[in-house]
Write a protein of this length. Structure first.
Length: 286
């Protein structure tokens, strides 16, 4: 399957997508008020350097996981408590509070992300931004539903006409995508895109890309709970989602590049032109 080939519901998926989408929508709606009431919640669990969870994360994951499993008969893998394998079979993937730093600081760009994947391929996506009172939901094949209303498919666009949503990062970042590589990507995108935005929530970025509010969304992360819902949304809207090397996104990918026709291809050209991230610091130091 090429990067630009339409992604359809995988073989072997034996559930009714419309029914599952309706069930999940009702359950997420029921948690929206609790999410809003908890805005500004402090850290409750320290998960490591610059990472934590609030009591709202824990409570929403406990409740929603149980409710989803009971209503649909499908297991749930959550960010905080884990669950069934995410790369085989059919499983819900839940991020109870995406953009936790924003949420704890009282910023509205945070949400609940719920994706359904089959053998690692997202089939359904639901992104709820309760403080902003926006919802995005879709099954592969579309349409994208924004606040319950079908949205038109994404139209072709160019980077020069588009905003780009970029992930938050530190210049001294190490790991798979070092800070210098991220800065270089930001610099090159800034030369070609209309505007750049850093929202601090990859779930919101991908939802906005599905809606066409931003032309491209970038993520240097590998966590499926951050991405599965948004990948399904963008694909359902007629967009393309790959990793930064151009392979179609699935569970296990190390990054995300999502966008509408035209803009995604231009952004992918920028990142592939940077060369392998692991070699980037050495090249920069020469």
């Amino acid at each position: 399957m090429g990067a630009d080939a339409p992604v359809t519901i995988p073989d072997g998926f034996d559930h009714d997508p419309a029914r599952l989408l309706d069930q999940a929508t009702r359950l997420l709606d029921a948690h929206a008020d609790y999410f809003v009431a908890g805005l500004g919640a402090p850290s409750a669990v320290d998960k490591g350097p610059a990472d934590f969870a609030t009591a709202v994360d824990l409570e929403i994951e406990r409740r929603l996981s149980a409710e989803l499993a009971q209503a649909t008969g499908i297991g749930v893998h959550g960010e905080e408590f884990g669950g069934p394998p995410m790369d085989s079979g059919t499983v819900w993937i839940l991020d109870p509070v995406d953009g936790t730093y924003n949420y704890s600081a009282g910023l509205p760009t945070a949400g609940i992300l719920l994706g359904l994947v089959h053998d690692g391929v997202p089939v359904l996506g639901l992104t709820w931004l309760p403080v902003a009172r926006r919802t995005f939901a879709a099954a592969l094949g579309g349409p994208l539903l924004i606040d319950g209303t079908p949205a038109p498919p994404l139209a072709p666009t160019r980077l020069a006409e588009s905003m780009v949503a970029y992930p938050a990062f530190k210049a001294g970042s190490r790991g798979r995508f070092p800070g210098d590589y991220r800065i270089a990507g930001l610099e090159q995108l800034s030369r070609r895109a209309s505007k750049l935005r850093i929202h601090g929530s990859v779930g919101a970025d991908l939802a906005y890309a599905a809606a066409g509010a931003v032309g491209v969304a970038v993520s240097f992360g590998a966590h499926p709970w951050d991405h599965a819902a948004g990948v399904a949304l963008v694909r359902a809207a007629g967009g393309t989602v790959t990793d930064l090397a151009g392979a179609p996104w699935r569970v296990g990918a190390d990054s995300v590049l999502a966008g509408g026709p035209g803009a995604h291809a231009e952004a992918l050209e920028i990142f592939t032109g940077l060369g392998p991230p692991k070699d980037f610091p050495a090249r920069r130091d020469r």
